[in-house]
Design a protein around this ligand. Structure first.
Ligand code: SF4
Ligand code: SF4
Ligand code: FES
Length: 321
């Protein structure tokens, strides 16, 4: 038998000014018990006022995502024996980036709104074929990863950009957008990629990896966002800061073997941006953090030939694939 020492977030916004934590010592759980089992035991036997969502108990329905010791997890997928083998305290909070309805139950409206914004459906062109649409098996294998999403919201809970910018479409919706846009049956790829290239879209992800780490179904949303970026660049949608940043970054490394951090922001964001931020650049130069972009001061490395060769090989590989 195993025990769980829980510290659980409690908040009823209709009755309380501030949230607080309650602690529960849950005894006599079987060795295979999950965190969700312990929480259910609290609700059923110790404190019936605890509000939380759950349904399948098998990591399928996506209802039981909570923040566990600071990171989003599915309560039913995490065993107490691995989480707290020696009865360590486990802190359980509601998902982040969402309004709390009560205790561990959050308002998922924002999650669904973002999903609707990316138009998560395939738009076909022309009349349907007489028998069936045929999609290459290899393409479906590729799309399987984003298709595994169970809409639990864990990635959205812990997305660091969403924390700062509520307009960001966030990882789950963008992963779904990739699933749709790269489907060979979809006829509006370029149009939808153009929509995603604006504010709050694919270029606003800072690649912090948090969504990849917390996703319980290995959807790796950040990887799907990077694929959308590649598709957007290949479709010629390069008139935005994000795409210009990537293209000029690559150009700098391919040309000199090293990134020229002094000129990259100017090339990506333009002269207008540079003039607006001149004060910061001067301060950074005076403090020795950056060197002024004067002729002859461009950084370079001695192995530049090797780097150019690797870059050429990568480009050749991309062209063949
Ligand atoms: S990698 Fe991007 S989408 Fe994922 S959590 Fe970080 S900022 Fe959000
Ligand atoms: S991508 Fe992963 S973490 Fe995000 S909603 Fe889907 S299953 Fe949950
Ligand atoms: S209860 Fe369904 S995913 Fe946890």
């Amino acid at each position: 038998m195993i025990q769980a020492n829980l510290k659980v977030y409690r908040y009823n916004p209709q009755k309380e000014q501030e949230p607080h934590y309650d602690t529960y010592q849950v005894e006599d759980l079987p060795d295979f018990a999950t965190l969700l089992d312990a929480l259910i035991k609290v609700r059923e036997e110790m404190d019936g006022t605890l509000a939380m969502r759950c349904s399948c108990r098998s990591a399928v329905c996506g209802s039981c995502a909570f923040r566990v010791n600071g990171h989003a997890k599915l309560g039913c997928k995490i065993k107490l024996s691995t989480l707290a083998p020696n009865g360590e305290e486990i802190r359980v909070d509601p998902m982040g980036n969402m309004k709390v309805i009560k205790d561990l139950v959050t308002d998922m409206d924002m999650f669904w709104d973002k999903l609707r914004q990316v138009k998560p459906w395939i738009e076909l062109e022309g009349e349907p074929p007489e028998r069936e649409y045929q999609v290459p098996h290899s393409k479906m294998v590729e799309l399987q990863q984003p298709m595994n999403c169970i809409m639990c919201g864990a990635c959205v809970s812990d997305c660091t950009v969403l924390e700062e910018d509520s307009k960001f479409l966030a990882p789950a919706a963008l992963a779904k957008a990739y699933r749709v846009i790269d489907d060979p049956r979809h006829s509006k790829a370029k149009e939808w990629l153009a929509d995603l290239s604006g504010e709050g879209g694919i270029w606003d992800c800072t690649r912090c990896l948090e969504c990849v780490q917390v996703c319980p179904k290995d959807v790796a949303p950040m990887d799907q966002i990077i694929k959308l970026r590649e598709l957007a660049i290949n479709a010629g949608l390069t008139d935005n800061i994000g795409a210009k940043h990537v293209l000029n970054f690559t150009k700098s490394v391919a040309h000199t073997g090293v990134l020229d951090e002094r000129t990259l922001p100017i090339k990506a964001a333009g002269l207008g941006w540079a003039f607006k931020n001149m004060g910061i650049a001067i301060k950074a130069t005076l403090k020795g953090k950056i060197k002024p972009p004067l002729p002859g001061t461009h950084p370079s490395v001695t192995e530049v030939k090797d780097i150019r060769r690797i870059h050429a090989e990568l480009e050749e590989g991309k062209a063949k694939s």
